[in-house]
Design a protein around this ligand. Sequence first.
Ligand code: MV4
Length: 454
Amino acid sequence: MTPKTFKRIFVANRGEIAVRIIRACEKLGLETVAAVSSADTDSMAARMATQSVCIGPASAAESYLRSETLVTAARATGCDAIHPGYGFLSERAGFARMCAEAGLIFIGPSPEAIEQMGDKVSALKIAKEAGVPLVPGSGGLTRTAQEVKRVADAIGFPVLLKASAGGGGRGMRVIRSATEIDGAMRTAVQEAERAFGDGSVYVEKYVGRARHVEIQVLADTHGNVVHLGERDCSVQRRHQKLIEESPSPVVDPALRDRLGSAAVALARRVSYRGAGTVEFIVDEDSSDFYFLEMNTRIQVEHPVTEMVTGVDLVAEQIRIAAGHPLSITQDELRISGHSIECRINAENPDKDFAPSPGRITRWEPPTGAGIRLDTHCHEGAMISPYYDSMIAKLIVHAPDRASAIDRMICALEEFRIEGVDTTMSISRTILNDPAFRDRGVTTRWLEEEFLLPA
Ligand code: MV4
Protein backbone atom coordinates (compact mmCIF):
# COMPACT_ATOMS: atom_id res chain seq x y z
CA MET A 1 0.00 0.00 0.00
CA THR A 2 2.64 2.51 -0.97
CA PRO A 3 0.95 5.82 -1.62
CA LYS A 4 0.43 6.84 -5.23
CA THR A 5 1.66 10.18 -6.43
CA PHE A 6 -1.20 12.15 -7.93
CA LYS A 7 -0.34 14.86 -10.38
CA ARG A 8 -3.74 16.05 -11.66
CA ILE A 9 -7.22 15.95 -10.21
CA PHE A 10 -10.41 16.16 -12.27
CA VAL A 11 -13.09 18.27 -10.57
CA ALA A 12 -16.47 16.81 -11.53
CA ASN A 13 -18.59 19.53 -9.97
CA ARG A 14 -19.29 23.25 -10.05
CA GLY A 15 -19.92 26.23 -7.80
CA GLU A 16 -18.33 26.76 -4.42
CA ILE A 17 -17.35 23.11 -3.93
CA ALA A 18 -15.38 23.08 -7.20
CA VAL A 19 -13.48 26.13 -5.91
CA ARG A 20 -13.00 24.45 -2.52
CA ILE A 21 -11.58 21.30 -4.15
CA ILE A 22 -9.21 23.31 -6.36
CA ARG A 23 -7.90 25.18 -3.27
CA ALA A 24 -7.17 21.88 -1.52
CA CYS A 25 -5.35 20.66 -4.63
CA GLU A 26 -3.27 23.85 -4.80
CA LYS A 27 -2.29 23.37 -1.18
CA LEU A 28 -1.21 19.80 -1.96
CA GLY A 29 0.73 20.91 -5.06
CA LEU A 30 -1.65 19.19 -7.47
CA GLU A 31 -2.83 20.36 -10.88
CA THR A 32 -6.56 20.51 -11.58
CA VAL A 33 -8.94 20.17 -14.48
CA ALA A 34 -12.33 21.83 -13.99
CA ALA A 35 -15.27 20.25 -15.78
CA VAL A 36 -17.59 23.07 -16.83
CA SER A 37 -20.93 23.28 -18.59
CA SER A 38 -21.37 25.96 -21.24
CA ALA A 39 -22.96 28.16 -18.54
CA ASP A 40 -19.80 27.91 -16.40
CA THR A 41 -16.98 28.43 -18.92
CA ASP A 42 -16.09 31.74 -17.23
CA SER A 43 -16.61 30.48 -13.66
CA MET A 44 -14.23 31.03 -10.77
CA ALA A 45 -13.38 27.29 -10.85
CA ALA A 46 -12.59 27.49 -14.58
CA ARG A 47 -10.27 30.43 -13.98
CA MET A 48 -8.55 28.88 -10.96
CA ALA A 49 -7.98 25.41 -12.40
CA THR A 50 -4.87 24.51 -14.36
CA GLN A 51 -7.19 23.81 -17.25
CA SER A 52 -10.91 23.61 -17.87
CA VAL A 53 -12.90 21.42 -20.21
CA CYS A 54 -16.44 21.99 -21.45
CA ILE A 55 -18.52 18.89 -20.83
CA GLY A 56 -21.88 19.96 -22.30
CA PRO A 57 -24.74 22.46 -22.22
CA ALA A 58 -26.05 24.25 -19.11
CA SER A 59 -28.60 21.58 -18.18
CA ALA A 60 -27.03 19.37 -15.50
CA ALA A 61 -28.55 16.26 -17.08
CA GLU A 62 -26.49 16.99 -20.19
CA SER A 63 -23.28 18.02 -18.41
CA TYR A 64 -22.49 17.44 -14.70
CA LEU A 65 -24.54 14.23 -14.66
CA ARG A 66 -22.98 12.67 -17.78
CA SER A 67 -20.69 10.07 -16.28
CA GLU A 68 -19.20 8.76 -19.55
CA THR A 69 -18.41 12.29 -20.75
CA LEU A 70 -16.72 13.14 -17.45
CA VAL A 71 -14.63 9.97 -17.34
CA THR A 72 -13.58 10.44 -20.96
CA ALA A 73 -12.64 14.08 -20.30
CA ALA A 74 -10.65 13.12 -17.20
CA ARG A 75 -8.65 10.56 -19.16
CA ALA A 76 -8.15 12.87 -22.14
CA THR A 77 -6.73 15.58 -19.88
CA GLY A 78 -4.31 13.22 -18.12
CA CYS A 79 -5.92 13.16 -14.68
CA ASP A 80 -5.15 10.53 -12.04
CA ALA A 81 -8.26 10.94 -9.93
CA ILE A 82 -11.78 12.41 -9.93
CA HIS A 83 -13.29 14.44 -7.09
CA PRO A 84 -17.11 14.31 -7.35
CA GLY A 85 -17.88 16.98 -4.69
CA TYR A 86 -21.44 16.73 -3.34
CA GLY A 87 -24.70 16.21 -5.25
CA PHE A 88 -24.48 15.28 -8.95
CA LEU A 89 -22.56 11.95 -9.27
CA SER A 90 -21.04 11.92 -5.78
CA GLU A 91 -23.18 9.06 -4.45
CA ARG A 92 -23.62 7.02 -7.62
CA ALA A 93 -21.94 3.66 -7.17
CA GLY A 94 -22.03 3.19 -10.95
CA PHE A 95 -19.93 6.30 -11.45
CA ALA A 96 -17.35 5.17 -8.89
CA ARG A 97 -17.16 1.83 -10.72
CA MET A 98 -16.82 3.49 -14.11
CA CYS A 99 -13.91 5.58 -12.80
CA ALA A 100 -12.10 2.48 -11.55
CA GLU A 101 -12.66 0.65 -14.84
CA ALA A 102 -11.14 3.62 -16.69
CA GLY A 103 -8.07 3.50 -14.43
CA LEU A 104 -9.07 6.64 -12.51
CA ILE A 105 -9.19 6.91 -8.73
CA PHE A 106 -12.64 7.94 -7.49
CA ILE A 107 -12.05 10.20 -4.48
CA GLY A 108 -14.55 8.59 -2.16
CA PRO A 109 -15.58 5.22 -0.71
CA SER A 110 -15.86 1.93 -2.61
CA PRO A 111 -18.87 1.39 -4.90
CA GLU A 112 -19.97 -1.34 -2.48
CA ALA A 113 -20.01 1.04 0.51
CA ILE A 114 -21.93 3.64 -1.54
CA GLU A 115 -24.52 0.98 -2.43
CA GLN A 116 -24.78 -0.41 1.10
CA MET A 117 -25.48 3.04 2.52
CA GLY A 118 -27.45 4.38 -0.46
CA ASP A 119 -30.21 1.84 0.08
CA LYS A 120 -31.61 3.07 3.40
CA VAL A 121 -33.07 -0.27 4.51
CA SER A 122 -29.74 -1.96 3.79
CA ALA A 123 -28.01 0.80 5.80
CA LEU A 124 -30.36 0.18 8.76
CA LYS A 125 -29.58 -3.53 8.68
CA ILE A 126 -25.83 -2.91 8.70
CA ALA A 127 -26.14 -0.27 11.44
CA LYS A 128 -28.07 -2.75 13.56
CA GLU A 129 -25.36 -5.39 13.04
CA ALA A 130 -22.77 -2.80 14.07
CA GLY A 131 -24.64 -2.22 17.34
CA VAL A 132 -25.78 1.28 16.35
CA PRO A 133 -29.16 2.23 17.88
CA LEU A 134 -32.09 2.47 15.45
CA VAL A 135 -35.32 4.41 15.91
CA PRO A 136 -37.93 2.19 17.62
CA GLY A 137 -39.96 0.23 15.06
CA SER A 138 -37.27 0.64 12.45
CA GLY A 139 -36.07 -2.40 10.58
CA GLY A 140 -37.04 -4.08 7.37
CA LEU A 141 -39.15 -3.10 4.41
CA THR A 142 -42.84 -2.55 4.98
CA ARG A 143 -44.95 -4.01 2.22
CA THR A 144 -48.50 -3.64 3.43
CA ALA A 145 -50.70 -1.25 5.39
CA GLN A 146 -51.23 -4.11 7.90
CA GLU A 147 -47.52 -4.18 8.65
CA VAL A 148 -47.56 -0.43 9.31
CA LYS A 149 -50.54 -0.98 11.58
CA ARG A 150 -48.67 -3.69 13.52
CA VAL A 151 -45.64 -1.46 14.04
CA ALA A 152 -47.84 1.47 15.08
CA ASP A 153 -49.76 -0.75 17.51
CA ALA A 154 -46.47 -1.80 19.06
CA ILE A 155 -44.80 1.61 19.35
CA GLY A 156 -47.70 4.08 19.10
CA PHE A 157 -48.41 6.98 16.74
CA PRO A 158 -47.09 9.07 15.15
CA VAL A 159 -44.96 6.91 12.84
CA LEU A 160 -42.92 7.98 9.86
CA LEU A 161 -42.98 6.32 6.45
CA LYS A 162 -39.73 6.67 4.49
CA ALA A 163 -38.59 5.63 1.01
CA SER A 164 -35.70 3.16 1.06
CA ALA A 165 -34.24 4.70 -2.08
CA GLY A 166 -34.83 8.21 -0.71
CA GLY A 167 -32.71 9.92 1.87
CA GLY A 168 -32.30 13.49 2.95
CA GLY A 169 -35.96 13.56 3.92
CA ARG A 170 -37.29 13.10 0.39
CA GLY A 171 -40.48 11.08 0.30
CA MET A 172 -41.05 11.03 4.09
CA ARG A 173 -44.63 10.98 5.39
CA VAL A 174 -45.88 11.30 8.97
CA ILE A 175 -48.81 9.07 9.95
CA ARG A 176 -50.70 10.33 13.00
CA SER A 177 -53.54 7.82 13.28
CA ALA A 178 -54.72 4.43 11.97
CA THR A 179 -57.14 6.06 9.52
CA GLU A 180 -54.22 7.71 7.70
CA ILE A 181 -52.28 4.48 7.05
CA ASP A 182 -53.90 3.29 3.80
CA GLY A 183 -53.70 6.64 2.06
CA ALA A 184 -50.17 7.41 3.26
CA MET A 185 -48.94 3.99 2.21
CA ARG A 186 -50.39 4.30 -1.30
CA THR A 187 -49.05 7.79 -1.97
CA ALA A 188 -45.64 7.05 -0.41
CA VAL A 189 -45.11 3.94 -2.55
CA GLN A 190 -46.35 5.76 -5.66
CA GLU A 191 -44.12 8.78 -5.04
CA ALA A 192 -41.07 6.64 -4.34
CA GLU A 193 -41.67 4.68 -7.53
CA ARG A 194 -41.91 7.87 -9.56
CA ALA A 195 -39.00 9.68 -7.90
CA PHE A 196 -36.52 6.81 -7.45
CA GLY A 197 -37.86 3.96 -9.58
CA ASP A 198 -38.12 1.95 -6.37
CA GLY A 199 -41.33 1.89 -4.32
CA SER A 200 -39.80 0.26 -1.24
CA VAL A 201 -40.75 1.98 2.01
CA TYR A 202 -40.10 1.41 5.70
CA VAL A 203 -41.64 2.73 8.84
CA GLU A 204 -40.33 3.94 12.19
CA LYS A 205 -41.44 5.87 15.25
CA TYR A 206 -41.58 9.60 14.46
CA VAL A 207 -39.30 11.43 16.88
CA GLY A 208 -41.01 14.82 16.94
CA ARG A 209 -38.93 16.80 19.42
CA ALA A 210 -35.52 16.11 17.99
CA ARG A 211 -32.21 17.49 16.85
CA HIS A 212 -30.53 16.54 13.62
CA VAL A 213 -26.99 15.73 14.69
CA GLU A 214 -24.42 14.23 12.34
CA ILE A 215 -20.95 12.84 12.96
CA GLN A 216 -18.08 13.45 10.55
CA VAL A 217 -15.83 10.43 10.01
CA LEU A 218 -12.58 9.90 8.13
CA ALA A 219 -11.25 6.47 7.23
CA ASP A 220 -8.02 5.58 5.44
CA THR A 221 -6.94 2.41 3.63
CA HIS A 222 -4.72 1.35 6.56
CA GLY A 223 -7.54 0.54 8.96
CA ASN A 224 -7.64 3.90 10.75
CA VAL A 225 -11.09 5.39 11.36
CA VAL A 226 -11.67 8.57 13.37
CA HIS A 227 -14.62 10.83 14.08
CA LEU A 228 -14.38 14.61 14.15
CA GLY A 229 -17.29 15.39 16.42
CA GLU A 230 -20.75 16.49 15.37
CA ARG A 231 -22.63 19.14 13.45
CA ASP A 232 -26.08 20.26 14.52
CA CYS A 233 -28.23 20.85 11.43
CA SER A 234 -31.63 21.22 13.05
CA VAL A 235 -32.43 24.53 11.32
CA GLN A 236 -33.92 23.24 8.08
CA ARG A 237 -36.70 24.27 5.72
CA ARG A 238 -38.14 21.52 3.52
CA HIS A 239 -35.00 19.50 4.27
CA GLN A 240 -32.76 22.30 3.08
CA LYS A 241 -30.36 23.28 5.81
CA LEU A 242 -30.07 27.00 6.51
CA ILE A 243 -27.72 27.11 9.49
CA GLU A 244 -25.28 24.47 10.75
CA GLU A 245 -22.99 24.54 13.74
CA SER A 246 -20.35 22.58 15.59
CA PRO A 247 -20.34 21.56 18.36
CA SER A 248 -24.06 20.95 18.92
CA PRO A 249 -25.49 22.88 21.88
CA VAL A 250 -27.10 19.63 23.12
CA VAL A 251 -24.09 17.30 22.83
CA ASP A 252 -21.75 17.03 25.82
CA PRO A 253 -18.41 15.18 25.73
CA ALA A 254 -19.96 11.90 26.96
CA LEU A 255 -22.70 11.96 24.29
CA ARG A 256 -20.10 12.94 21.67
CA ASP A 257 -18.07 9.86 22.59
CA ARG A 258 -21.10 7.60 22.25
CA LEU A 259 -22.23 9.14 18.94
CA GLY A 260 -18.66 9.08 17.64
CA SER A 261 -18.09 5.44 18.60
CA ALA A 262 -21.36 4.44 16.91
CA ALA A 263 -20.38 6.28 13.71
CA VAL A 264 -16.91 4.71 13.70
CA ALA A 265 -18.40 1.22 14.26
CA LEU A 266 -20.69 1.69 11.26
CA ALA A 267 -17.85 3.00 9.07
CA ARG A 268 -15.71 -0.01 10.03
CA ARG A 269 -18.56 -2.41 9.24
CA VAL A 270 -18.61 -1.30 5.58
CA SER A 271 -14.82 -0.91 5.31
CA TYR A 272 -15.41 2.75 4.75
CA ARG A 273 -12.80 4.87 2.97
CA GLY A 274 -12.62 8.67 2.82
CA ALA A 275 -14.87 11.28 4.40
CA GLY A 276 -18.39 10.32 5.43
CA THR A 277 -21.21 11.57 7.60
CA VAL A 278 -23.39 9.49 9.89
CA GLU A 279 -26.74 11.16 10.60
CA PHE A 280 -28.52 10.73 13.90
CA ILE A 281 -31.65 12.07 15.44
CA VAL A 282 -31.22 13.05 19.11
CA ASP A 283 -34.39 13.03 21.22
CA GLU A 284 -34.72 16.47 22.81
CA ASP A 285 -36.25 15.11 26.00
CA SER A 286 -34.20 11.96 26.71
CA SER A 287 -30.95 12.63 24.79
CA ASP A 288 -31.37 9.13 23.32
CA PHE A 289 -29.97 8.97 19.81
CA TYR A 290 -30.89 6.93 16.77
CA PHE A 291 -29.19 6.27 13.44
CA LEU A 292 -30.93 7.79 10.39
CA GLU A 293 -28.62 7.35 7.40
CA MET A 294 -25.03 7.69 6.22
CA ASN A 295 -23.94 10.11 3.52
CA THR A 296 -20.97 8.84 1.55
CA ARG A 297 -19.72 12.22 0.30
CA ILE A 298 -18.19 15.45 1.52
CA GLN A 299 -21.11 17.55 2.76
CA VAL A 300 -21.99 21.19 2.17
CA GLU A 301 -21.57 21.95 5.90
CA HIS A 302 -18.11 20.36 6.28
CA PRO A 303 -16.42 23.75 7.01
CA VAL A 304 -17.80 24.03 10.56
CA THR A 305 -16.01 20.77 11.40
CA GLU A 306 -12.83 22.08 9.80
CA MET A 307 -13.01 25.27 11.88
CA VAL A 308 -13.31 23.49 15.25
CA THR A 309 -10.86 20.64 14.50
CA GLY A 310 -8.31 22.38 12.24
CA VAL A 311 -8.49 19.41 9.85
CA ASP A 312 -8.73 20.11 6.09
CA LEU A 313 -11.33 17.48 5.18
CA VAL A 314 -11.00 17.86 1.40
CA ALA A 315 -7.21 17.54 1.58
CA GLU A 316 -7.69 14.43 3.76
CA GLN A 317 -10.06 12.96 1.14
CA ILE A 318 -7.41 13.38 -1.54
CA ARG A 319 -4.59 12.05 0.65
CA ILE A 320 -6.68 9.01 1.61
CA ALA A 321 -7.51 8.30 -2.06
CA ALA A 322 -3.79 8.33 -2.82
CA GLY A 323 -3.24 5.73 -0.10
CA HIS A 324 -1.77 7.91 2.64
CA PRO A 325 -2.64 7.24 6.27
CA LEU A 326 -4.79 9.82 8.10
CA SER A 327 -2.76 12.81 9.23
CA ILE A 328 -4.41 12.78 12.69
CA THR A 329 -5.34 10.20 15.33
CA GLN A 330 -8.45 10.16 17.51
CA ASP A 331 -6.33 11.07 20.54
CA GLU A 332 -4.91 14.12 18.82
CA LEU A 333 -8.31 15.47 17.79
CA ARG A 334 -9.66 18.35 19.85
CA ILE A 335 -12.81 20.40 19.44
CA SER A 336 -11.83 24.01 19.88
CA GLY A 337 -14.31 26.88 20.12
CA HIS A 338 -17.56 27.10 18.17
CA SER A 339 -18.30 27.42 14.48
CA ILE A 340 -21.49 28.38 12.63
CA GLU A 341 -22.26 28.29 8.92
CA CYS A 342 -25.04 30.19 7.14
CA ARG A 343 -25.90 29.07 3.66
CA ILE A 344 -26.60 32.12 1.51
CA ASN A 345 -29.06 31.31 -1.24
CA ALA A 346 -30.21 33.52 -4.10
CA GLU A 347 -33.82 33.17 -3.02
CA ASN A 348 -36.50 35.50 -1.72
CA PRO A 349 -37.70 34.48 1.77
CA ASP A 350 -40.70 36.82 1.37
CA LYS A 351 -41.82 34.96 -1.77
CA ASP A 352 -41.78 31.46 -0.30
CA PHE A 353 -38.02 31.21 -1.00
CA ALA A 354 -38.49 31.56 -4.77
CA PRO A 355 -35.16 31.35 -6.64
CA SER A 356 -33.74 34.73 -7.62
CA PRO A 357 -31.31 34.17 -10.49
CA GLY A 358 -29.59 37.10 -12.21
CA ARG A 359 -26.42 39.15 -12.23
CA ILE A 360 -24.70 40.10 -8.99
CA THR A 361 -24.20 43.85 -9.29
CA ARG A 362 -22.61 44.42 -5.89
CA TRP A 363 -20.57 41.98 -3.82
CA GLU A 364 -18.85 43.24 -0.69
CA PRO A 365 -18.12 40.34 1.64
CA PRO A 366 -17.26 40.74 5.31
CA THR A 367 -13.67 40.18 6.43
CA GLY A 368 -11.87 39.82 9.73
CA ALA A 369 -10.68 37.33 12.30
CA GLY A 370 -12.77 34.17 12.52
CA ILE A 371 -14.62 34.77 9.24
CA ARG A 372 -14.49 32.39 6.28
CA LEU A 373 -16.39 32.63 3.01
CA ASP A 374 -16.69 29.63 0.68
CA THR A 375 -18.06 30.88 -2.62
CA HIS A 376 -17.71 30.96 -6.38
CA CYS A 377 -19.39 34.35 -6.66
CA HIS A 378 -18.07 37.87 -7.21
CA GLU A 379 -19.30 41.21 -8.55
CA GLY A 380 -20.58 40.68 -12.08
CA ALA A 381 -21.14 36.94 -11.65
CA MET A 382 -24.26 35.53 -13.28
CA ILE A 383 -26.43 33.25 -11.12
CA SER A 384 -27.90 30.70 -13.49
CA PRO A 385 -31.42 29.32 -13.04
CA TYR A 386 -30.07 25.90 -14.06
CA TYR A 387 -28.39 25.03 -10.76
CA ASP A 388 -29.15 25.17 -7.07
CA SER A 389 -29.44 28.61 -5.61
CA MET A 390 -26.63 28.51 -3.02
CA ILE A 391 -24.25 31.37 -3.79
CA ALA A 392 -22.04 31.29 -0.70
CA LYS A 393 -21.42 29.77 2.70
CA LEU A 394 -20.49 32.24 5.41
CA ILE A 395 -18.64 30.52 8.24
CA VAL A 396 -17.49 31.97 11.55
CA HIS A 397 -15.32 30.63 14.34
CA ALA A 398 -15.24 32.06 17.87
CA PRO A 399 -14.32 30.89 21.38
CA ASP A 400 -17.90 30.03 22.38
CA ARG A 401 -21.42 29.74 20.91
CA ALA A 402 -22.68 33.17 22.03
CA SER A 403 -19.71 34.98 20.49
CA ALA A 404 -19.97 32.87 17.33
CA ILE A 405 -23.63 33.93 16.96
CA ASP A 406 -22.67 37.59 17.50
CA ARG A 407 -19.81 37.32 15.03
CA MET A 408 -22.13 35.81 12.42
CA ILE A 409 -24.75 38.52 12.89
CA CYS A 410 -22.10 41.23 12.38
CA ALA A 411 -20.70 39.44 9.33
CA LEU A 412 -24.17 39.10 7.77
CA GLU A 413 -24.86 42.78 8.44
CA GLU A 414 -21.58 43.72 6.75
CA PHE A 415 -22.20 41.55 3.67
CA ARG A 416 -23.57 43.63 0.77
CA ILE A 417 -25.06 41.66 -2.10
CA GLU A 418 -27.11 43.39 -4.79
CA GLY A 419 -28.69 42.20 -8.03
CA VAL A 420 -30.22 39.04 -6.54
CA ASP A 421 -32.37 38.49 -3.45
CA THR A 422 -30.76 36.43 -0.70
CA THR A 423 -31.62 34.50 2.46
CA MET A 424 -29.25 36.59 4.63
CA SER A 425 -32.08 38.52 6.27
CA ILE A 426 -33.82 35.40 7.53
CA SER A 427 -30.55 33.95 8.84
CA ARG A 428 -30.04 37.09 10.88
CA THR A 429 -33.55 36.92 12.31
CA ILE A 430 -33.03 33.27 13.30
CA LEU A 431 -29.68 34.05 14.97
CA ASN A 432 -31.36 36.84 16.97
CA ASP A 433 -34.24 34.61 18.14
CA PRO A 434 -34.11 33.88 21.88
CA ALA A 435 -34.97 30.18 21.31
CA PHE A 436 -32.06 29.71 18.91
CA ARG A 437 -29.67 31.73 21.06
CA ASP A 438 -30.56 29.88 24.24
CA ARG A 439 -29.72 26.29 23.29
CA GLY A 440 -30.66 25.91 19.65
CA VAL A 441 -33.91 24.47 18.34
CA THR A 442 -35.57 21.23 17.23
CA THR A 443 -36.03 20.16 13.61
CA ARG A 444 -39.66 21.35 13.64
CA TRP A 445 -38.98 24.80 15.03
CA LEU A 446 -38.18 26.68 11.82
CA GLU A 447 -41.22 25.57 9.83
CA GLU A 448 -43.76 25.21 12.64
CA GLU A 449 -42.88 28.03 15.02
CA PHE A 450 -40.62 30.48 13.25
CA LEU A 451 -41.94 30.72 9.67
CA LEU A 452 -45.60 30.26 10.71
CA PRO A 453 -45.97 32.36 13.87
CA ALA A 454 -49.38 31.89 15.49
C1 MV4 B 1 -36.65 11.33 11.17
C2 MV4 B 1 -37.13 12.36 12.01
C3 MV4 B 1 -37.87 12.00 13.11
N1 MV4 B 1 -38.13 10.70 13.38
N2 MV4 B 1 -36.93 10.06 11.48
C4 MV4 B 1 -34.86 14.13 7.74
C5 MV4 B 1 -33.68 13.89 6.89
C6 MV4 B 1 -33.51 12.42 6.82
N3 MV4 B 1 -32.14 12.06 6.85
C7 MV4 B 1 -34.26 11.90 7.98
N4 MV4 B 1 -34.95 13.00 8.58
C8 MV4 B 1 -35.66 12.86 9.72
N5 MV4 B 1 -35.94 11.58 10.07
C9 MV4 B 1 -37.66 9.77 12.56
N6 MV4 B 1 -37.93 8.48 12.83
C10 MV4 B 1 -36.82 13.67 11.67
C11 MV4 B 1 -36.10 13.94 10.52
C12 MV4 B 1 -35.79 15.32 10.25
C13 MV4 B 1 -36.80 16.28 10.01
C14 MV4 B 1 -38.14 15.95 9.97
C15 MV4 B 1 -39.12 16.92 9.73
C16 MV4 B 1 -38.75 18.25 9.50
C17 MV4 B 1 -37.42 18.60 9.53
C18 MV4 B 1 -36.42 17.62 9.78
C19 MV4 B 1 -35.10 18.00 9.82
C20 MV4 B 1 -34.12 17.05 10.06
C21 MV4 B 1 -34.48 15.72 10.28
